[in-house]
Design a protein around this ligand. Sequence first.
Ligand code: SAT
Ligand code: MN
Length: 573
Amino acid sequence: MAQVAALTQPDKIQWCDGSDAENQALIAQMLADGTLERLNEQTHPGSYLHRSHPDDVARVEHLTFVCTNEREDAGPNNHWMAPREAHAKMDALFEGCMRGRTMYVIPYCMGPIESKLARCGVEITDSAYVVANMRLMTRMGTPALERIEREGTFVRGLHSIGELDPERRFIMHFPDELTIKSFGSGYGGNALLGKKCHALRIASHQARSEGWLAEHMLIVGIENPQGETHYLAAAFPSACGKTNLAMLIPPEGYRQAGWKVWTVGDDICWMRPGADGRLYAINPEAGYFGVAPGTSTKSNPNALASIQTNTIFTNVGVTADNQPWWEGLDDGQTPVTDWRGNAFDAAKGPAAHPNSRFTVSAKQCPSYSAQAENPAGVPISAIVFGGRRASLVPLVFEARDWTHGVLVGAAMGSETTAAATGAVGVMRRDPMAMKPFCGYNFADYFAHWLSFDGAEAKLPKVFHVNWFRKGDDGKFLWPGFGDNLRVIEWMIGRVKGEAGATETPIGRLPKAGDLNLDGVNLNDEAQAKLFGFDHAGWSAEFDSIGEYLREYGPRMPQALHDEQQRIAAALKG
Ligand code: SAT
Ligand code: MN
């Protein structure tokens, strides 16, 4: 700490205790210096708008590095720099960067403070906005500091917004040193170091050596009319509907029958085998950093209810009476100001940035699960992988066994979204939705996944879903949102050995009759594409999967090559 202060030379150092008084003082200061604007106090009490620098609106994968001693340990999936060179580069940027600023020291805990699965960190930052967000997203302050003092180990994060110059922006991870250095961005995943930097990149590395998994997954509890709850962990790339699935509202008929959905987490899942051989999961986060556009009373009423009070909105538009506004809100209002703070002009683009966000405490969600605070975590019945695929991939299929499931995750593809800087809508392989977040070589990561299979293990079933299949007219074929519960019901039926399925080379697919489709209108094209399987298309896909696995060279586990070849052969036969 003293070393950091000597390097960065802040005017003031403030230790954050996480109290209300501290938060109020920070908010007052940010209102005064223009970092925050107050929103309509009648409609959105305690809520604020932050406009980021227009060049600083998303994660920057091309400037994000994993700095292991050996390049091979970071893998072809990461940008790499030698630790010594990376430290030198970062320390030069940090030198004197906090002159005239306050340095905030934020002790935080990822996960319930009493949980053995939880891990702590300390983020040092010169951004009050980061402090306010970390307070919502993590268990921050005195209890975390006490745990750190007891345990002695914690992840060290150093962050400065610098000059917000995209040319002087880097996010560096040193997994062997449990250290993160981030410079030049104030935005979400670049700056809230507890989230992607700690809870995924550093934690995935730590999890490998300690025998657990740190995953880019939501956790949701599905309670059936008999009162049984099954927990699912589901991986989707950023901005593919994890928050919506985690907060799903059952369709009318299901609601009446007594189905309930409980939100444990919407983005990150830490899992470890319990004494009974099952995987137990916690959500390391304490809040949601959700995508605003498209959030409405129709798409996600729970999210909308959560963000009526005490919410920080980043890069949304504003209405004449100072309410936050974004495309797809569907509230009958119109924006007058866009996310940059200019008069809204539809010809110049959307009012809200496509990656605009809300930050809110998880406790404000009406479907928040009481089990989310359980230090032991929740037992996982099914793991779900999913991507955004306009063609080929059916609505749902089940992997034959764990090894096949790992291949299904490893082969995941998805079209890119606005959550990261770069072109949108380009199909790329995003294994387990961890492409931007795995802190080590994917080949070793898949081997780690495979290692969970063993005599004592009672592993969850693995499924793949695609809510984004399109018809020839370019429109989505599946209604999605609440109706996704129909697919989940089938998965739980499979877990319990009750639901039907058909064997195909790519896995087990439901026939349309195996799912409850009462009240869903699917035309012949939709039926065929959602529940059918395109032999020639999948054969080409498996050739491409084979090529992808070979890119990792000899470190790729042979079991995945064997599995790919077995399926490729079945598709050709
Ligand atoms: O910017 S974040 O990484 O926090 C959000 C996301 O991309 O999932
Ligand atoms: Mn995410």
